[in-house]
Design a protein. Structure first.
Length: 308
């Protein structure tokens, strides 16, 4: 067993993973802690896999481990795949593009020791993306926090996890993989510490705005019950409104009879029809949500400490 396993998903990192690996080695040489680097090649463009093989020869197979996936599975699936190979007491996840400084691993480790946290996130003082990307990232993050109240507000891709916490994620599955969502199912003993967010050296991020929005929508649909709750509440509100309005039309027709011919029956038919349709959609959505929860594999319990 080693002290730290550094897990790095690789998609477009042929120019960055070499300097990143050497910076990681430099940090741990100075700290005196044992480590391993696990690259998970997620079938991106370029010659990243060849660079990984060259690094394995340069730094040694005891330091550099490598997994080559059969196709592109996405960042979070690649990370969980890396968990299977990790031998460290602590696992650290980093991006490939040099935006995470390996020297800040020490900040994560000290924060973990101070609070005995299961997970520690490196939160950024300033984001080194474009202004528009920074704004949309913050907006989407706030929406996710609204939909997933248990999600830590400082969650980022720069994380430190206890090995046993990471292993719980190996047996989880649902329709969309979101590592930080899985972690909310395992523990609420989560801390964060401010780290530097450096300018990426790999050019444009593979996470475009479209992919970022798609990622957020998938998280909402898979992990949050907020959309279906809003639909249910809206359908009930519309049903009640159309029912009351239909009763008003009936009373007015009976007592005043001042409505155009056929207006009352048309309003009642449309009102009740739309109300019942939306109410049925809301009820059906609730059933689908419960089916999703039933088919999602998540831990029944996680033991933190046992005194017997």
């Amino acid at each position: 067993m080693v002290d730290f396993s550094i897990i790095i998903p690789v998609y477009r990192g042929e120019n960055t993973i070499g300097p990143l690996a050497r910076q990681i080695r430099q940090y741990f040489t100075q700290s005196g802690e044992s480590f391993e680097i696990i690259f998970v090649y997620d079938c991106g463009p370029g010659r990243s896999w060849s660079v990984i093989q060259e690094l394995r020869q340069e730094l040694g197979p005891e330091v550099v481990k490598a997994i080559r996936l059969s196709r592109n599975f996405g960042q979070h699936n690649a990370l969980i795949c890396g968990f299977r190979l990790a031998r460290g007491r602590f696992l650290v996840t980093m991006d490939e593009d040099l935006q995470h400084d390996p020297a800040d691993i020490g900040l994560l480790a000290r924060c973990q020791q101070e609070g005995d946290y299961d997970v520690v996130y490196g939160k950024y003082d300033t984001l080194q993306h474009s202004g528009f990307r920074n704004m949309t990232s913050r907006m989407l993050k706030k929406l996710l926090k609204l939909g997933l109240p248990d999600l830590h507000p400082d969650y980022t891709a720069f994380r430190l996890l206890k090995a046993d916490i990471a292993r719980y994620c190996l047996n989880m599955s649902n329709s969309y993989t979101f590592l930080d969502g899985y972690l909310t199912w395992v523990t609420n003993n989560v801390g964060s510490v401010t780290v530097r967010h450096q300018e990426g050296a790999a050019g444009a991020s593979s996470y475009t705005l479209t992919k970022l929005i798609e990622h957020s929508v998938n998280i909402f649909v898979t992990f949050s019950d907020l959309p279906i709750r809003l639909l249910t509440l809206t359908s009930v509100a519309v049903f009640l409104f159309t029912t009351l309005y239909s009763l008003y039309i009936i009373i007015r027709k009976l007592f005043f009879n001042d409505l155009s011919q056929g207006f009352a029956s048309l309003i009642i038919a449309i009102g009740f029809g739309i109300g019942l349709l939306l109410l049925g959609m809301g009820i059906l959505g609730e059933y689908i949500h419960r089916i999703n929860l039933k088919t999602t594999r998540r831990p029944s319990f996680v033991e933190r400490e046992v005194l017997s």
